[in-house]
Design a protein around this ligand. Sequence first.
Ligand code: JFZ
Length: 429
Amino acid sequence: MSQNQRIAERNERVKWFLQDRFGMFIHWGLYAIPARGEWVRNGERISVEDYQPYFDSFQPDRYNPKEWARAAKQAGMKYAVLTAKHHDGFCLFDSQLTDYKSTNACGRDLVREFLDAFREEGLKVGLYYSLIDWHHEDYPAYGDLHHPMRDNSAYQRDPKTFPRYLEYMHGQVRELLENYGKLDIMWFDFSYGEMSGEKWKATELVQMIRDIQPHLITDNRLEVNHGRSSIMTTDPSFYAGDFASPEQIIPTAGLTDDEGNSIPWEACITLNNNWGYAANDTTYKSAATVIRKLVECVSKNGNLLLNVGPNAQGEIPAESLRILAEVGEWMQANGDSIYGCVNADLPKPDWGRYTKKGNKVYAHLLEQNVGPIHLPGLAGKIKHARLLSDGSEVFLSLPWNAEQFSVDAFMNFGRPEHYTYLLPDERNT
Ligand code: JFZ
């Protein structure tokens, strides 16, 4: 298959995704009990045995994914991605290939319940699947500098048995593809050092996805993702993925291939500073910050996957829900400036950002205005301006000193009489 065709097919698969723009990431698992983030087992060198009590006592009695789905929908999110298995190896689904699964811990298939609930709310559904597995006896710990488990004797394994892990991993992905209905995203995580691409038998893995659920999109982490993975070139590999996945960072100028063509991307960011539940992490971002970041992503042709870390009872933390509700209020009024929008191809204004859909440019004023608002790049191109929240008119006019300061198009908020220089003839022009 030619590269052009590969890219064209990818662009076809991601259409809904680029339209939807805003999703919920959910990091949930046994690590919600120690409540110090999802890396706790590795970071604190906890052995398989010492991690076992969390499995034995996991009883998320307040897990009601319908509530999660309602919170996501109300926030304006259009899709959600749940950790079916994170690095600790605990499976939130009823895998036939392991006993280390939620059906054995708490008697519930947490993934199935999640999928049912979110589909019912009309959201698209995705599953995160960790390539790394700290529990599986055939997952090796190489002495690789980039290895996330280096110097940790609790994870030393015989690398010769790694093929057995690959069989397990491929088998579990097959289970998810065959037994859980239509999935929209598989979010693999992550490659490092030599552990990349064909080390995961990535061609076979992606071929299996194409065979079973051809519409399904994947992230780009079957390849090492520091710097440039092949999705960022005009020659993406077969397993390059459908979108890039910048983490806790929003690329300065969006993401492009080596010829400057925009590529699909999704920034994933946390609400506080942890993915998994962390009881003492109160460093929550404000709703205003989340909105600004969402606008920033869309203004650069990107998506935002915003994370929540439910607690051991199965609840999304109250503070996260509060922020989501506030973001949702904004989305209710201003969602048109997000869904289906793209980079406006205009100079970035000092006061905020532009997004665009068809012949509409959305001016996101992200701070209080000082007088009229300069609209760089739009001189002579505006038919009229409206407030998105209520449809009321916004006045366009040049201030009396426009020439002196070489400005072109302007927009005035507030009542026109506040601006002594406003010329009535110039309204709505
Ligand atoms: C990964 C996970 O380790 C993390 O727990 C979370 O799930 C996040 C969304 O994805 O985070 C990474 C992945 C790769 C690197 C660092 C953090 N890396 O390559 O340095």
